[in-house]
Write a protein that binds this ligand. Structure first.
Ligand SMILES: [Zn+2]
Length: 186
């Protein structure tokens, strides 16, 4: 009859066995949610997703505590979002050559520009990701940052870092030769 346990009574939802069962159930619900592409936020009451997830997991009922635990599991390991190309065109459902636009994934026939009767906008070649990467690579090749290799080399030459004797000697010779070249240039 009484819903809330009176003081002194055992809370049967917090025994070791109940906790263990809840964790196992939550893990199954989390797996089902992930399979349906649902994350922690999608499991709120009123979304209708709890029923879908329960059915997918083959679980008849789940308490609020179980759902809370499921949400925690999902929050730690959220479902991977679908790659844009894997999503169909929102207009016709085609899956080939689908790209993501502001209004959703679209095939070449149903891009925002195509639907508006305009020609596709082609980006300035200098501002494409490929061009920016290329420029960054050229800039990076231009100057050499003090990498660990350089630091290691100096340490070995100075004898601060342990190395085989012939390596140490070779580096010392190389450093001397470099120093002479530099002095000769002045
Ligand atoms: Zn389409």
């Amino acid at each position: 009859m009484s819903a809330a346990p009176a003081s002194g009574e055992i809370d049967w939802t917090e025994t070791d066995e109940a906790r263990h069962n809840r964790r196992a159930k939550a893990a199954r619900l989390a797996d089902a949610a992930r399979a349906l592409g649902l994350g922690a936020d999608d499991l709120a009451v009123g979304t209708g997703n709890r029923l879908r997830v329960r059915r997918h997991a083959g679980i008849d009922a789940a308490s609020e505590k179980t759902w809370a635990e499921t949400a925690l599991i999902l929050a730690d390991d959220p479902p991977r979002p679908c790659a844009p190309a894997a999503r169909p065109c929102w207009h016709c459902g085609a899956r080939d050559d689908v790209r993501t636009y502001l209004n959703g994934p679209a095939c070449p026939q149903h891009t925002p520009a195509a639907l508006a009767g305009h020609a596709e906008v082609s980006p300035d070649p200098a501002t494409t990701l490929a061009a920016l990467r290329e420029r960054a690579a050229i800039a990076a090749a231009g100057h050499q940052p003090p990498t660990t290799t350089v630091v290691d080399e100096r340490a070995v030459t100075a004898g601060k870092r342990r190395s085989a004797n012939h390596v140490h000697q070779a580096m010392k010779t190389a450093a001397l030769a470099r120093a002479r070249t530099t002095r000769g240039r002045r």
